[in-house]
Design a protein around this ligand. Sequence first.
Ligand code: PMP
Ligand code: GLU
Length: 399
Amino acid sequence: MQALTISDRIKGMAVSATLAMSQKSSELRAAGVDVINLSVGEPDFDTPEHIKEAAKRAIDENFTHYPPVPGYMDLRKAISRKLKEENGVDMAPEQVVVSAGAKHSLSNVIYALINPGDEVVIPTPAWVSYVEMVKLAGGVNVLVPAGIEQDFKVTPAQLEAAITERTRMVLLCSPSNPSGSVYTRAELQGLVDVLKKYPQIAILSDEIYEHINYGAEFASLGSFPEVAGRVIIVNGVSKAYAMTGWRIGFMAGPLEVAKAVNKLQGQTTSGISTIAQKAAVAAYDGPQECVAEMLEAFRRRRDLVVSLARRIPGLKVNEPQGAFYLFPDVSAYLGKQYGGKVISTDDDLAMYLLEEAHVATVSGSAFCLPGYIRLSYAASDDSLREAFARIEAALAKLV
Ligand code: PMP
Ligand code: GLU
């Protein structure tokens, strides 16, 4: 039988490297290999009890019919309140659309705003999915590299140099996946001072790691009055409340963008899981101690992995101020070899670490910044210690 033809738009799309690496390590594990999976970024905690209880109640109370396309009003109100109280951002519930995770919200917003040929400025390293979403919408990625020597943060001058008359969007992520860097309010102000000169540019702010922040107070781009009317915030419950599997995220932005996303969502999904939405209401409106407890565990592990990684000769390591990733510069190991096989790229190195050390990581290239690897430290202290011992031993074999 003749194989069906896959569309060019999907053929031209890269596979999500984070999910692919995680899948590969699960397969190896199923085959009996003792793999430590530091590839995918998700909290290793379970969802707090009071959130799970709310979901069970939602089933018993028959929240089992189609929900409103943009989300239940109680959830949109809870998000609107959260944005006001925690972030100093004014967004009416009508400006909020709930989607199946922050990933879905990001892709909805990009689809709603980007025409073919429009340029989207993205500082790199950047999370694997941004560039593929922009490509899918026909947009053009304009990447602005910011390496470890500048703590992975773009400067206002770099941002301004990347802007052209075709720029329609700037996509920022702080705290950052994969670097863990967090822009201070003063640093964001510097970027805002550039962006306020270009009123045609939408500012898409991925704030999913807001609560996993060890340093200065988190600042939302939506709280800068000079640009507030064209900031679209994306956030959700996946990371802060250990709810990756529930698939609830949101966008909050100008009413016309919310309406466009609502229209798109009305044709492509019929609203988001009712039960997960009710669980998310409990996450936002319920006790918040769980967030602080998880943060403390992540902070301890951050300190642990930074000290373990700094002991490994040749690795350049910054001290991440947020998220749960370490993004060391591994370029000292590129060009070396083991058993006659040359490790030319960071992709080769990630594969070598998987095969030789049985530690799954993701290459910097997947985040559009070659020469690095990403390790997620959302794992137990013991497995982190073991993983770094294995990595150190495997790297020492390279000549
Ligand atoms: N943005 C970033 C930077 C992420 O790392 C992730 C990871 N999941 C997402 C968005 C998507 O989150 P969600 O699980 O809510 O779709
Ligand atoms: N955001 C996580 C990561 O970067 C989860 C996987 C994904 O959705 O890409 O590993």
